[in-house]
Ligand binder design. Structure first.
Ligand SMILES: [Fe+2]
Length: 235
């Protein structure tokens, strides 16, 4: 964190010619240090639970997916296993750092922000995909990568893909707008996650997972967080 530009005037009221980046969507990226031992523990736990089928699988899948993607129930971060609790702590520490940074809050505010979570894991094998969706009634979502290998890294296999919210800008395209550079184009952002990588984003942002074309597994943990402010400062 800490790369966020502070003090930018969104109205450009200076005497210089300039191009304002007028709106933005934060995608926060963080890396768990030395992730391999934890990821191996998580992987073994998830594979064992997924093998038990209905007992741990999401009973009410809503988003379109196929049978080569296993989705757990949404209470993962309540599991007592130390590897799960360690990952939860990392995710929430990073999320609160982002909330602090982007809102300009200090400890006095953060201590009064309570949260509730949905959290789950995916194990994806060959051909598995997860269609476009967002996460209603939550503020922030995250995806953590436990494993992604066994496929060709030069393809779109298993990429977490964020759909550009400026999609309406594609209603009319001519030569003057066809090659707009990032962040002005309508292109999606496609991420091949590395083991240990965490991506945090606003829950309203549409995203999907491209088909995994490998011969091992892609394993991720995801969560949605909603918050309640219990302090008495006027917001
Ligand atoms: Fe999602």
């Amino acid at each position: 964190m800490g790369m966020h530009q502070k003090g930018v005037d969104p109205t450009g009221q200076t005497n210089e010619s300039q191009i304002l980046t007028s709106f933005g969507v934060p995608l926060a990226i963080a890396y768990l240090p030395d992730p391999d031992p934890l990821n191996l523990e998580l992987r073994n736990l998830f594979v064992e639970r997924a093998a038990q089928g209905d007992r741990y699988s999401n009973p009410e899948p809503r988003v379109k997916r196929n049978k080569t993607l296993f989705e757990s129930r949404f209470n993962l971060f309540e599991w007592p296993e130390p590897c799960v609790q360690k990952l939860k702590a990392f995710c929430m520490e990073q999320l609160f750092a982002v909330i602090r940074e982007l809102n300009g809050y200090g400890d006095d505010m953060l201590k009064d922000i309570h949260y509730a979570l949905e959290s789950w894991f995916h194990i994806t094998t060959n051909t598995g995909y997860f269609a476009a969706h967002n996460h209603p009634n939550h503020a922030w979502s995250g995806v953590y990568c436990v494993r992604h290998d066994g496929d060709d890294p030069d393809t779109d296999s298993g990429k977490l893909t964020f759909i550009n919210p400026n999609l309406a800008s594609n209603m009319y395209v001519d030569v003057t707008t066809a090659r707009l550079r990032h962040p002005y184009s309508g292109a999606p952002i496609m991420l091949r996650l590395k083991p240990g990588q965490l991506v945090l984003f606003p829950s309203w942002l549409l995203h999907e997972v491209m088909p995994y074309e490998g011969n091992t597994e892609r394993i991720t943990v995801a969560f949605n967080a909603r918050f309640r402010y219990v302090g008495n400062q006027v917001l």
